[in-house]
Design a protein around this ligand. Structure first.
Ligand code: ADP
Ligand code: MG
Length: 338
């Protein structure tokens, strides 16, 4: 169902984003990248330039997807994970070293609640697959044993371009951070090509620059249940809006959904939070923080938001309650129910 409805859903977001734009000046394209539909919206007087910019950014995002894939052979991250499991060191590209250092920094800020070193636990739950897993839970003893080895990205060091890990249980998985980091780079690239007004939207996680004809871009926030829209935010020039949720990828066993967002402390799927949305100038930070706040839950999210330096947060609990940070102010508006 999800796959079938995704294009519809993405179209809905763009509709919200561009409701007031004369269509002839705005170019829209969708491409399947990062396991989701990536919508590119460019408002530019020169349509040829806009089209060329789309081609360039699609190529960049596709390269990222290949190089950053945690479990499919062919990319750099796959080779790194293999080396760590073998207990060897490996030379890494400058781009990969920067990405890993940024992920380490954000993980430390989150107190380890966002930790891209837990790839083996993600795999054990069956989330290393294009389609979400079906059927059975993995043996919980196996999960507990993996979590007890305390894999963490903090155990990775890179010296003179050579990466090593002090813990062979570490496997890097950028599922919670790659879209943010990648779309930040994609947007920076569009700017170097002279594009001033654009949206890059990876299935509801998005970055914007510029505006929609004299007013901010208006973008939808996914509803944690179904594929509708919970509400809308006005995203200012250079802002990113990221949502983590358990509605798109989860393991359902006997009617119970197990989230693909895991608590690195015990390897168990998060409960209590159905979705977490963060608005920030950095997509990478917004993406990592949305994941960390999902793990933090209703009791600890404010503390973690403060530690990570995020002020605009919207959480939906499993019971459907909406929790908002004071910093969100009036920038978020709930959509009237149908
Ligand atoms: P969404 O895909 O809903 O936007 P996230 O950004 O939170 O959600 O990404 C979730 C993915 O990140 C999981 O599929 C898994 O690959 C990985 N992951 C799960 N839990 C964590 C965690 N606590 N820290 C870092 N990565 C995680
Ligand atoms: Mg995330």
């Amino acid at each position: 169902m999800a796959e079938r409805l995704k294009p519809l859903f993405a179209a809905l977001l763009v509709l919200l984003a561009s409701a007031c734009d004369p269509p002839e000046k705005t170019l829209h394209e969708s491409h399947y990248i990062f396991g989701t539909l990536v919508e590119i919206v460019i408002r530019n007087p020169d349509q040829t330039k806009a089209r060329e910019a789309i081609v360039a950014v699609v190529e960049l995002l596709r390269d990222q997807h290949r190089e950053w894939h945690a479990w499919k052979p062919g990319g750099e991250l796959y080779r790194i994970n293999k080396a760590i499991a073998d207990g060897s060191s490996i030379a890494v590209s400058d781009a990969m070293a920067s990405m890993i250092e940024e992920a380490k920094r954000l993980s430390a800020l989150s107190g380890g609640l966002f930790d891209p070193g837990i790839g083996a636990i993600v795999g054990a739950w069956g989330f290393h697959a294009d389609e979400p897993p079906k059927g059975r839970k993995p043996p919980l003893d196996e999960i507990r044993a993996l979590a007890a080895r305390r894999p963490s990205i903090s155990q990775i060091t890179i010296t003179d371009g050579v990466l090593s890990s002090s813990n062979r249980a570490v496997q890097l998985d950028f599922g919670a951070f790659a879209k943010g980091y990648g779309l930040d780079a994609g947007m920076a690239h569009l700017k170097t090509l002279g594009i001033k007004h654009a949206i890059l939207n990876a299935g509801g996680d998005l970055n914007v620059i510029g505006e929609a004809y004299g007013r901010p871009w208006r973008v939808g926030i996914r509803h944690p249940v179904g594929w509708g829209v919970l509400g809308a935010v006005e995203a200012a020039d250079g802002e990113a809006v990221y949502t983590s949720g358990n509605y798109e990828r989860f393991l359902e066993v006997e009617g119970v959904r197990h989230s693909h967002i895991l608590d690195p402390r015990d390897g168990m799927p998060v409960t209590h939070i159905a979705s977490a949305t963060v608005i920030h100038e950095s997509g990478a930070l917004a993406d990592a923080a949305a994941t960390a706040l999902s793990v933090a839950g209703p009791e600890a999210w404010e503390e973690v938001a403060q530690a990570m330096g995020v002020e605009r947060v919207l959480l939906v609990t499993e019971d459907g309650d909406i929790l908002q940070s004071a910093g969100l102010g009036s920038s978020f508006a709930l959509e009237p129910a149908d």
